[in-house]
Every structure is written in C-alpha cells, then in structure tokens.
Design a binder for this molecule. Structure first.
Ligand code: NVA
Length: 313
C-alpha cells in the first residue's frame, strides 16, 4: 500500500480534509468534556525534526501525541545535521525503521520531499519554505467553527504572497471551492507554480483565486482577513528591504473596516505587531488568532490519527 505523506495540503483530498477535521472535532469535544482522550496512538512514536524554531508546531505535536497515548521524540537543529552530518536518505531510512511517523520543519521543501522518498512511514511537513499544511488544517477548522459553512466564504490574504502559509491557504481555498484574493507588493507574489495549481483547483471546484497589488480591493467585502509575517524564517537578511516593500500592506483598523463587519482576522503567529498587523486589530473582537493556535493541537491530532491509524477515531 502507498504510504500517505502530507507534504502539500493538496496531498489530501477534500474527503481526507473532512475526515481529519471530523476526527479533530470529536477529539476536541471529548478533551473539553472529560479532560482526556482515548489512547488511540498507544505504542506509536512521532519523530520530530526541526531545522528552524517552533512554538505552536512543537507544542501541539508533542502534547497531541501525549494526549493520544503515544510518544514524540524531538530532534533540534543541532542534533541531526540533515544533509550535512548525515544525508537525508540515511536519516529517513534509520528513523522510519524505528518511528511510526516523521514530522519535519525544514528550510528547503526538497528536504521534506526527500525524507518522504526514503521513509517507510508517513512524513508530515511541519513547515517548509514552500508550504505549511498543518497550519492550514487548523485554520480551516477555525473558519468552520466561526462561519459554519465554507460555502461562498471570501478570504483576503494581505502581505507576503511568496510564502508557505499563503501558498497552502490559496491551495486549500482552491481545493474546497472557496474564494481568495491575495494582495502582495510587486516582487512578492505567490510562486507561479502554486498560483497555477490553486487556480486550476478553483476552476474544478467552483471557487476562485485572484492576485492583486491592491490591499484595499482585496479586503473589500471579505469574510476573513489573513496576514503573516513580512520576514519569514530564513529571510532575516532581507528584513530592511522587506519592511519597506510591505509598508502599505499593514492590516490595521482602517483596512479591516473595508471587510464585512463580522469578518474574522487571522494570523498564524508569530506576529510582529506594528508591522503586518496593528495591536488593535490583533487584540480586537474580530481576531481569532488564539483559536487558530489552539486548533493546531486538535487538527494535528486528527491528522496523526488519520495517518497512523486510519480514518476511525
Ligand atoms: N511564514 C512564516 C510562518 C511561521 C509559522 C515563516 O515561515 O516564518
């Protein structure tokens, strides 16, 4: 049987996403009601590899495995030396002979793809330069909780288009037949390949993917306004140039006032207040950023059960 990996959000079908979020919702309800979950992943180990820092991803995978009766093993940047001290192929073969799944947060997307190529167990992309599918599962769960249905939902992403979160968000909107407008400055649009894929999914499933350089027109009438840092991990050297290029793309109260009155504000965090978003918007009633963060735990537990155990919960 072919092993299921999650490298891109499009590795999941619409059905898979619904199944994962269905499991996640049940686990969340049960945890809230009883304070615990059944040990569905007893005896299973998730191997976590980090080339970059992490707060939400690390906490949610580790706590998620614990709550499901399994174990999570941490390898930080100093431990393995992927591709330097140890070829990716060797690490994948060794680790997948011991663990039940591998989660990797990497710089180059090729690294997580290569891990998957040589792994005997599912590999989960815990963020690469190209995509951040785990974040987007939690985001869809959050949108459903607040908006009930994703039908006709219009998302505006304002900021860095050529960015892991933007890419996975545009792709999931295509896949789920939602509408998204991405507003980014010249030179920071989505990758051409991702954009083309998102558009073709949108055509197939009845949504739309639009790109513009105008943040105001993107936000007008939106149900969800989403932004992310202007300086992603790995782009620190370009900080000064980026802060200048993105200045006009800050999500502030004036920009939010163009969206629907009940629009949600979303951000995957870490957030740099005063840059991509003001403190007023981040802390406003419309902001659901802490729900998104909490849902990383629940959505990933759904994903872990789905990948390691099958569709039951
Ligand atoms: N685009 C951000 C996401 C952080 C979770 C980054 O890659 O740093």
């Amino acid at each position: 049987m072919k092993i299921k990996h999650l490298l891109s959000i499009t590795d999941l079908t619409r059905r898979d996403i619904l199944d994962i979020l269905g499991i996640a919702e049940k686990l969340k309800k049960r945890l809230r009601k009883t304070g615990k979950n059944k040990p569905l992943l007893k005896g299973k180990t998730l191997i976590m590899i980090y080339e970059k820092p992490s707060l939400r991803t690390h906490a949610s995978f580790d706590i998620g495995m614990f709550q499901l009766g399994g174990h999570a093993l941490y390898f930080g940047p100093e431990h393995i030396g992927l591709g330097v001290r140890e070829p990716v192929e060797h690490a994948a073969k060794v680790l997948s002979s011991m663990g039940s799944a591998i989660m990797a947060r990497v710089f180059a997307h090729d690294t997580v793809a290569e891990l998957a190529r040589y792994s005997k167990v599912p590999v989960i992309n815990g963020l690469s330069d190209l995509e951040h599918p785990c974040q987007i599962l939690a985001d869809i769960m959050t949108m459903v909780e607040y908006k009930r249905s994703l039908h006709r939902i219009r998302v505006a992403f304002v900021g860095d288009g050529n960015n892991n979160v933007t890419h996975s968000l545009a792709l999931v909107c295509g896949l789920l037949g939602m509408h998204i407008v991405v507003a980014s400055p010249k030179g920071y649009a989505m990758s051409a390949a991702v954009s083309a894929k998102a558009r073709s999914l949108a055509v197939k499933y009845g949504g739309s993917v639009t790109e513009t350089q105008n943040p105001e027109s993107a936000v007008k009438g939106a149900d969800v306004v989403y932004t992310d840092t202007w300086v992603s991990m790995g782009a620190e050297k370009e900080k000064a140039k980026r802060l200048k290029a993105f200045r006009r793309y800050q999500v502030n109260e004036k920009l939010m006032s163009l969206a629907k009155p009940d629009a949600l504000f979303m951000h995957d965090m870490p957030a740099y207040l005063g840059n991509e978003v003001t403190k007023e918007v981040f802390d406003s009633k419309q902001s659901v950023v802490y729900d998104q963060a909490e849902n990383r735990l629940h959505a990933q537990k759904g994903l872990l059960v789905f990948l390691m155990k099958g569709k039951k919960s």
